[in-house]
Design a protein around this ligand. Sequence first.
Ligand code: FAD
Length: 304
Amino acid sequence: MTNIAPQRVSRLVNGRGKSLRVSFEFFPPRTEEMERSLWDAIERLAPLHPHFVSVTYGAGGSTRERTHATVKRILEETALTPAAHLTCVDATRDEVDAVVRNYRDIGVKHIVALRGDPAGGLGAPYAPHPGGYENAAELVAGIKRIGDFEVSVSAYPEKHPDSRHGNVDLDMLQAKVDAGATRAITQFFFENDLYFQYVDRVRSRGIDIPIVPGIVPVQNFRQVKNFAERCGTFIPNWLAERFEGLDDDVSTRKLVAAAIAAEQVFNLADRGVTDFHFYTMNRADLVFAICHMLGLRPAEKVAA
Ligand code: FAD
């Protein structure tokens, strides 16, 4: 793996003339083969000069070492800015704090702080660890006590499935901001109006941090639909219809997925959004194509 130097990038602007920024999310690989495809994706996407790249943390801290190793390798071998995801589920404060100190010591400056899902998965009842952080807001405060990290948190335009009401989500977002979070990244969604309605509700509470839309390019409709059902993301009929009959037609599915995601980000950009967080699923092709359509170019191609 060669070092990836930062490069000049041509950026399109949004509907209000402001520059666009992208970030990419990866998950830590489980096998050598997955490791290779992750690094292929990173090498392909790095020249687009993302604002940051984030690495997820497995349920119940199950990927602690792999997340750490991936973040460390990104720091050592690329010029990218990594953001390490961290959850407080099933861990004592001391254990979580040790992970945070470790990140501080290797030079990580950005953490995505999350409560996390219980070991039984999304939907299983959540109980904080007796000696652990109670929730994501407490985790943010704990992280800020250890180092001067930039801390991003989650946001749920369509309500978190555990929440009784959308207002409870806003209370939690407020608590996370009060504890020091300076950016929220949303759960993925397909109806942009739901995102804008949520942002209006956030702003009406006086919360002014960026609410960065999380964009999922639909690599596999069935899989995304399944996940959407569990996390409360609405799947509009038009989306299902566009993938109808394509289960065995991977190449057409890819084209359709790129077109849908591009349409979504163009609409968001036209309506004033500047920052986009892509859930890459460790694959570069769709995300690269969408970024290309947004006007992002590797530097050498701009200069030519
Ligand atoms: P919070 O913001 O803490 O809570 C969300 C809502 O649920 C709030 O309204 C809150 O009040 C309510 N709530 C919280 N706890 C309870 C409770 N005990 N009872 C009732 N209501 C409650 N998960 C991972 O495991 N690893 C990751 O790397 C990861 N990355 C993510 C990145 C993003 C951008 C997003 C949006 C999610 C990510 N998740 C990840 C998923 C996340 O951990 C789950 O959605 C989890 O269920 C909630 O954690 P949170 O910090 O998002 O929620």
